[in-house]
Design a protein around this ligand. Sequence first.
Ligand code: 13P
Length: 249
Amino acid sequence: MQKPVFAANWKMHNGPQETRAYLQRFLAAYPEDPSRTVIFFPPAVSLAIAGFALRERPEILVGVQNVYWEEKGAFTGETSAPMARDAGAKVALVGHSERRQYFGDTDEVTARKCAAACKAGLIPMLCVGERLDERERNATQAVVLRQFKTGVSRLEPSQIANMVIAYEPVWAIGTGRTARPEDATAVHTAIRRSLREMIGPKAAEVPILYGGSVNAENAAELLAAPEIDGLLVGGASLDPETWVRIVRA
Ligand code: 13P
């Protein structure tokens, strides 16, 4: 088992000034801890300042929340993977449910973005997760495995072995409703099985994170569940002291 991964997805919060102030407080409260991996996903406009604020803490990674799959060109408003990398990103969130829900990112678009991230040397963190209606008609595993298999369909096995997966049930995101640890474990186990079919024993090394209403109270219990290798946190990561408590879970 590798170190647990704690990823903070700030979504559309924290511009450059707020990012600087946040990271000052976080670093003051969080001395280096080699037993865990911490990743921040600030908005794209705050990537460079986050990288600068963390320059003396190379063990803490910065990631971009979304990329476009072309490297450059007439795509107003988009950020390419090489540009995100240039700004300091090491990881790219891909296929977040908010991208799927509000911006029309399909499984195929997500696959292109995963491939673009890998090509630029970013680690893709592929998000998958079912909606409430899908869970209620017992389609959870079918939906998640479809999202996963299509999402990685443009990757080489060696790239799959170096990615991160985040299972975030849509009904648990920002709702205060967390998946029961055993339900999350069941989905993570299905993803792991699918990974094993693709890349064999290396599947054990791919972190599978859980996300959806994680907070300082439930983090430890979720992390203790089998097959949960880390946490992807939205709302509860926005306060630096709360986030430190979660990372120490
Ligand atoms: P919340 O932690 O706010 O539920 O958000 C989860 C999420 O979407 C992280 O990517």
